[in-house]
Design a protein around this ligand. Structure first.
Ligand SMILES: [Zn+2]
Length: 485
């Protein structure tokens, strides 16, 4: 263990990380990060403090910072911890070739589980996220028993984003997507979601908040979007919806409204700094669409709308945003998310860079610096927060330490580059949220992971056995997702 509590005194409760070898510190003038070398970092309670202002008697704990990099905690603005982990080994290689490679319409709703299964999946997913440096997560889930308690128990900063919708998609043949609507049921789901959000906000930890989440652009009616917006305004919360996540949703919204998904959100008055578009891949400039106009990107930029970019789940199917560099240059605020498993934020960062380089055919289009920004400050901005995603006096003490002596980090020339391109989560040592340690020596502390894994595995077995009940062709899992060998 590199981090040691070497000194303790009875003082004012501050923790001093002495002589941190590298610090990714916030530069308020440039709204960016910069490296500091061999410098002290301190926090008291839930906030960073200027180490220069600490009196000796203020310091309760001293951590030896030699051999460590101090990183701002990552901000994950889009995740589905409640079920994605259950799909491991099953859905990596499926997608509908007759529906533009998307897995949404034939495969997403094949798996059902219980609240207990969802809680187990969430415990595993949140632990994985923290172990890859994530300190804030937006959890887009269907409300279930034990959900808010699990978020609270994790120690993370979490936004409960209970999904609701008035329609559902389905297919009877794997090449046509149909919709079934039930407006009153949708309104009831929205009321349930609002109650969950209010429970999260009232959580005694003060670490939980909420987000309005009309689930998808093609499964919510216009009134539902407008009501969600009004409820978000009343509570001072953000809204997020999945939109432009497939060629299918682009064409469906065009068929219904004569607008692109982004254009329709604009027409409804939904775009703005309070809005996060989940994915935003199939904008009208995307060359899979061969659309004659190119207005969507400008609309997102002008209105200050954020995009939640989740590269891994899409690149598995040959799909990617075109491309991060173009979005950033246009002035669109981007945050990162883990729409799938593994819940490994450093994987997402690396995949985002490589996908952008392939798509742009340009090595200079994005770099580690721009992804560091997106993964921290971009996410914070999407959530309307100036107190997370940065190591800075006054900000929340949400951060993690990286073991610079770990073999995956050596030889050490530039630690962020080594972390992103070579090491991944392996040298992540200790993670703090609100100044409280939630990961120690690479292991998340909140849950009994082995027990959660057993419950998750049992839930996966039951769920996989039931797949044929939900498939349009009543195909069993062995036919839909045959084993590799
Ligand atoms: Zn999603």
């Amino acid at each position: 263990m590199t981090m040691t509590n070497t000194e303790r005194s009875t003082g004012g409760g501050a923790t001093l990380i002495r002589n941190a070898e590298w610090v990714v510190a916030y530069d308020a003038d440039g709204d960016c990060h910069r490296y500091l070398r061999d410098t002290d970092v301190a926090f008291r309670g839930d906030r960073f403090v200027d180490p220069g202002t600490l009196d000796r008697t203020d310091i309760e704990e001293v951590i030896d910072g030699r051999g460590l990099m101090i990183m701002p905690g990552f901000v994950n603005i889009h995740a589905h911890p409640g079920f994605e982990t259950m799909l491991k080994g099953l859905t990596e290689e499926v997608g509908s070739r007759k529906l533009w490679m998307s897995s949404l319409y034939e495969y997403l709703f094949l798996f059902d589980t219980t609240s207990e299964g969802m809680v187990a999946a969430t415990q595993v997913a949140l632990s994985e996220l923290m172990q890859s440096g994530v300190t804030t997560v937006c959890d887009l889930s269907t409300p279930h028993e034990g959900w808010i308690e699990t978020l609270g128990a994790s120690g993370m900063r979490a936004y409960a984003a209970p999904m609701f919708r008035s329609g559902r998609w389905y297919t009877e043949n794997g090449h046509e997507v149909l919709y079934e609507w039930d407006i009153p049921k949708g309104r009831k789901r929205m009321e349930t979601a609002l109650a969950e959000i209010d429970t999260a906000i009232a959580h005694p930890s003060g670490r939980l908040s909420g987000m309005l989440c009309p689930a998808q652009i093609d499964t919510c009616d216009a009134d539902m979007f407008l009501q969600a917006q009004a409820e978000a305004k009343t509570r001072g919360l953000r809204i997020q919806t999945h939109a432009s996540q497939s060629v299918v949703d682009f064409q469906e919204i065009m068929r219904r409204h004569g607008r692109t998904p982004v254009g329709w959100l604009d027409e409804l008055g939904l775009l703005g700094p309070d809005m996060i578009v989940g994915h935003g891949i199939f904008l009208d400039h995307n060359d899979w669409l061969r659309w004659p106009d190119s207005h969507d990107l400008g609309l997102l930029a002008e209105t200050g709308t954020s995009v939640a970019h989740c590269p891994t789940v899409f690149i598995r199917r040959g799909i990617t945003l075109q491309h991060i560099g173009r979005y950033l240059k246009a002035g669109v605020n981007l945050g990162l998310g883990t729409d799938t498993y593994p819940h490994n934020f450093l994987d997402e960062i690396r995949n985002a860079i490589y996908a952008a380089r392939i798509t742009s055919r340009d090595v200079a289009e994005v770099d580690a610096r721009s992804l560091l920004h997106v993964a921290t400050l971009g996410g914070a901005r999407a959530l309307g927060r100036s107190d997370i995603g940065r190591v800075s006096p006054g900000a929340k003490a949400d951060f993690f330490t990286v073991d610079l002596r770990h073999p995956t980090m050596r030889p050490l020339y530039d630690p962020v580059r080594s972390l992103f391109y070579s090491a991944g989560e392996r040298p992540v040592r200790d993670v703090y949220v609100d100044g409280r340690r939630v990961v120690k020596d690479g292991t998340a502390l909140a849950f009994d992971i082995a027990a959660a894994m057993d419950r998750l595995e049992a839930a996966q077995r039951v769920s996989a056995a039931d797949v044929e009940k939900y498939d349009w062709g009543q195909r069993p899992v062995s036919e839909l997702m045959p084993p590799v060998l």
